[in-house]
Design a protein. Structure first.
Length: 279
């Protein structure tokens, strides 16, 4: 049997949305008393003036744009990206930070929000104009909204010779479709990952857009049952990965037809598909 690839713990849209759903009810409406930055050297340096901008303000809500979390503090918004290995969780006020716990937010009532990022590829920034921020302004539609569908996807695909998997992972086309869920969505749509995007018909784009919505929605729903463990523990994820049809199953039989799942590399990323079910 071929050795299986180790699934990365990189947060994708469902993990980020699950984080938002877990934190918002607990922290919304609470005043931020203090911000402790132990290591500002993330993907971009944590701005030195971030604590001064946010301390004393009340958190009005937590939104998500793609894989970015937006903490609404009224005049200012805090942008958080979890990078390759980051997680946000609630910690006890007396819980000592670990080596990779780089930022704490202390809210009234003793709630501590803690960012853990072993690879330091995440981001903590602030802005007074989220929609115009350089990290957000170029983003495509949210996949779980009515603005994204087969017509939108077909328009993006018609002039592209790039492989369709690369296209749906382009945040300018649709946000939040990472490597795991791209492979899964293409399987459910019956489309081979290496197919040139411009070869997809409108019905094929309809199937793929619907599959993206179903796969992401299922992953978010699956995350709900693990939400308490995620928020209260060390932030390790993986709740949806056990349900995958093709991802990380190279050499194993397809759950539909029994054909061995094939692993290839696209854009330096592992890709998995069934040669029989995906044509």
């Amino acid at each position: 049997m071929k050795q299986r690839d180790k699934i990365p713990a990189m947060p994708e849209l469902p993990e980020v949305e699950t984080t938002r759903l877990g934190l918002a009810p607990t922290l919304t409406g609470h005043r931020l008393h203090g911000v402790t930055v132990r290591n500002p050297h993330l993907r971009w340096p944590v701005p030195a003036d971030l604590p001064g901008r946010l301390e004393g303000r009340t958190l009005e809500g937590i939104a998500r744009r793609g894989k970015y979390l937006l903490f609404d503090f009224g005049q200012y918004a805090q942008i958080v990206h979890l990078g390759m290995s980051g997680s946000l969780r609630l910690a006890r006020p007396d819980e000592p930070p670990g080596a990779h716990d780089h930022v704490d937010w202390l809210f009234e009532g003793g709630q501590v929000l803690r960012l853990r990022d072993p690879r330091r590829f995440g981001a903590v920034l602030w802005t007074d104009a989220p929609a115009a921020h350089p990290l957000l302004a170029h983003l495509g539609p949210e996949p779980l909204t009515d603005t994204f569908g087969g017509a939108c996807l077909h328009t993006q695909c018609r002039r592209r010779s790039t492989a369709i998997k690369q296209v749906i992972m382009d945040a300018g086309v649709v946000v939040g479709v990472g490597n795991i869920y791209a492979s899964e969505s293409l399987f459910h749509a019956g489309i081979r990952p290496g197919t040139a995007a411009r070869r997809l018909s409108r019905p094929a784009c309809d199937r793929l857009a619907a599959a993206i919505k179903r796969v992401l929605a299922a992953a978010i729903a699956a995350g709900g049952s693990s939400l308490r463990d995620y928020v209260a523990s060390d932030g390790e994820l993986g709740y949806f990965q056990l349900q995958t049809r093709v991802y990380d199953r190279a050499g194993l039989p397809c759950k539909v037809c029994g054909t061995p799942i094939r692993r290839t590399v696209q854009g330096q990323r592992a890709t998995f598909h069934c040669p029989h079910c995906q044509r």
